[in-house]
Design a binder for this molecule. Structure first.
Ligand SMILES: [Zn+2]
Length: 137
């Protein structure tokens, strides 16, 4: 799906979160910022937490949304710094994709297509084809 005006605004919000937290770690290139837009219209922000058990910015923002009672998520986006000082949208890692699947979030995710050098919006279910489903044995 192509991005709409609201998607571009979410990316801008995420970029602002990234810029506002550039001093968080000694290497700003390791900072990732996310924005989760709930179906209620509320915006939740997240920044990755770097420890021995790091937590992705998407999960921080998503956890905040869930803790505030949100149960339907509209869109998720993450951004990070490039080495040249510009920013870019980054696709969620495997663990985040698994989290979106396990929470059964019918959400849109703004991703980068590195090969085509474009940013687009996909359904979370498209990010994890052939997911593991445990039988009730
Ligand atoms: Zn992740």
């Amino acid at each position: 799906m192509q991005l709409n005006k609201e998607d571009l605004e979410l990316i801008d919000i995420a970029r602002n979160v990234l810029k506002e937290n550039s001093d968080l770690y000694s290497d700003k290139n390791t900072i990732v910022a996310s924005v989760v837009k709930a179906s209620s219209g509320k915006i939740y922000k997240g920044i990755n937490i770097k420890t021995s058990h790091s937590i992705c910015s998407e999960q921080v923002a998503l956890g905040q949304a869930l803790a505030c009672g949100e149960r339907k998520i509209d869109t998720i986006v993450a951004v990070k710094w490039n080495l040249d000082g510009t920013t870019r949208v980054v696709s969620p890692c495997g663990l985040c994709r698994y989290t979106f699947d396990k929470l059964e979030l019918d959400t849109n995710v703004i991703v980068e297509d590195v090969e085509k050098d474009i940013v687009l919006k996909v359904k979370a279910t498209e990010l994890l084809p052939y997911p593991y489903k445990r039988d009730n044995i």
